[in-house]
Design a protein around this ligand. Sequence first.
Ligand code: SAM
Length: 272
Amino acid sequence: MSRSDFDAIRAFVHDAFGIALSPAKMPLLKMRLRSVVQSRGLANAQEYVAQVLSNPSADAVGELADAITTNHTFFWRESAHFELLVDRLLQEHKTKNKLVPRPLLRIWCAAASTGQEPYTLAAAVRIALGPDLRRWDTGVLATDISARALDAARVGIFTEAEAAPLPDLYRQTMFQDFEGGVRVRDELRKDVTFRRLNLLTPFRFKQSLDIVFCRNVMIYFDEPTKRDLTERIAAALRPGGFLVVGLSESLGSTPPGLRAIAPGVLQKLGGA
Ligand SMILES: C[S@@+](CC[C@H](N)C(=O)[O-])C[C@H]1O[C@@H](n2cnc3c(N)ncnc32)[C@H](O)[C@@H]1O
């Protein structure tokens, strides 16, 4: 791949997905595109770049997203966020909704990858609400740009080693044994809706959101993209709702309309 091909695809990736590829990523990109080049029966990455840029169909863009995204995730990642969710955020929400006949709880996992994070969120909701769950209308929306990652998430089968970091209560809530590994229980699977969504494109929700986990994805975005996304997520939250970002993700100063309440956890101002 020539430097000009790399620059062309880099600009395309930045515009389409917000992902900023540094020149140091050129060998990695070349390696990741190898299978796409082969599956299209092309001679080299140069032909691929020319083809995609001249006809950026939805399929081609999806294929490129699958090739360039890093879907690295694991169970119980940055576990302090799940602990805070169960011990504090959901307890406060429960108290506030004590007298509501059918309270709503809407959670969005905005970079769901292969499912470890959204299934853990669904388990956290079951653990926090306990037997009172029946009274509630709850749901976890799990989105990602990578169709390949979402396909794996929907299957919901993990190895013992993958499930190992989870505390016992989460394991029991989430899984049944399956062929030497584990499989997400049917009832928990129903708690999670998977959809493909590019965070750079506009999103709208029927109801305002209570909690958004958008962790370890903004690291790929430049500052204006991060700022814009944070503002759009904040607009989708109810007053008093929470945005959770990765522990290593700096949003610079606290974004307007939000206040930091714990590392990586921001609350929308205005809640009672
Ligand atoms: C490193 S994983 C993080 C997964 C999980 N949130 C965690 O913290 O373990 C980043 C995910 O963000 C997704 N992603 C990257 N750019 C995106 C975009 N523009 N819109 C939606 N998802 C995106 C990738 O496909 C990948 O699955």
